[in-house]
Write a protein of this length. Structure first.
Length: 303
């Protein structure tokens, strides 16, 4: 482990976890995350960003230097995290530009509707609309982090359920897969997690769910069905309160015959790849993921 890891963990515990433990206004949450992203998450040199709309859903395209320009080639589609309440394409576009640079694939980041203004299943509806429009144009590798990771898996279950064009693969950073919060790590890692305050999880989920059933597979993909799904890659840290969300999700997928790659790292913060290149472990994880993604791409003639 790098020397930067404990320093970053300390800063996150003292600043971000304390902030998340007390803030109540969704707009304050959104403004804070946008500010943090602006100062800490910078794109690689040569990155390019552009705006578009897919079936009524605003999206940002992030392209790293050298990313393919072919309009019908494979693309990444990434659903940002933020407890369905905050976060945006802007807060995550730098990380996706770095992944784009490593894979040579352009990345599409939908700005799905946020709670509490737009409750469940608004986020899934927007994700599905954007996916259908994008997958009609080109093959897709689907991804997401935290709530966006759970959303990407819920979207995968809907794709399979309705017989839509499958993504080539799916990847998730620290996904939130169980809004019933029945995993043991929610309590056992409550003190160890340096970002997420376990005591606020139900409150934030309530902003999204309203009166909806938290066990609905469209909200909690842990309870979904995934037979016939493409390969899935997931990462999580051992000290995260969402550790069991990944572990149990991997078991669920494996039971349904899905090929799963599970990366469980020691004492790294929630969604640590977003800290690339500040954190060496983040860089290494993105490098490993990019190699895995490249292996999922269709082989061209003569390759």
């Amino acid at each position: 482990m790098s020397l930067r890891r404990p320093l970053l963990n300390l800063v996150l515990r003292l600043r971000e976890k304390r902030f998340l433990s007390r803030v109540e206004d969704p707009d304050e949450l959104r403004d804070r995350f946008e500010q943090v992203a602006h100062w800490l998450f910078w794109p690689p040199r040569g990155a390019h960003f552009s705006s578009a709309v897919l079936d009524g859903v605003p999206v940002t395209w992030a392209r790293g230097a050298g990313a393919g320009a072919a309009e019908d080639g494979p693309a990444l589609m990434f659903l940002h995290g933020g407890a369905y309440v905050f976060g945006s394409a802007r807060t995550h576009r730098s990380m996706l530009a770095r992944l784009s640079e490593r894979t040579g694939l352009p990345a599409c980041l939908p700005d799905y509707r946020l709670a509490p203004e737009h409750r469940f299943p608004a986020a899934l509806e927007d994700a599905l609309s954007a996916y259908i429009a994008l997958s009609a144009q080109r093959p897709v590798i689907l991804g997401g982090d935290s709530a966006g990771g759970g959303l990407s898996l819920a979207l995968l279950a809907e794709i399979l359920k309705h017989g839509l064009r499958k993504p080539l693969a799916v990847f998730c950073f620290s996904p939130l897969t169980d809004l019933t919060f029945s995993g043991n790590s929610l309590q056992s890692n409550a003190r160890a997690d340096v970002i997420l305050p376990a005591a606020r999880t139900g409150e934030l989920a309530g902003m999204y769910l309203g009166d909806a059933n938290p066990g609905d597979p469209r909200a909690s993909p842990l309870f979904g069905r995934f037979a016939g799904a493409p390969p899935v890659w997931m990462s999580v840290g051992t000290s995260e309160i969402l550790l069991d969300d990944t572990r149990r999700m991997a078991e669920r997928l494996t039971k349904d015959g899905v090929e799963v790659t599970e990366v469980i790292a020691q004492d790294l913060p929630h969604v640590w790849p977003i800290f690339c290149p500040l954190l060496p472990e983040a860089t290494a994880t993105l490098d490993g993921l990019a190699e895995w993604i490249t292996c999922q791409l269709p082989r061209t003639a003569g390759s």
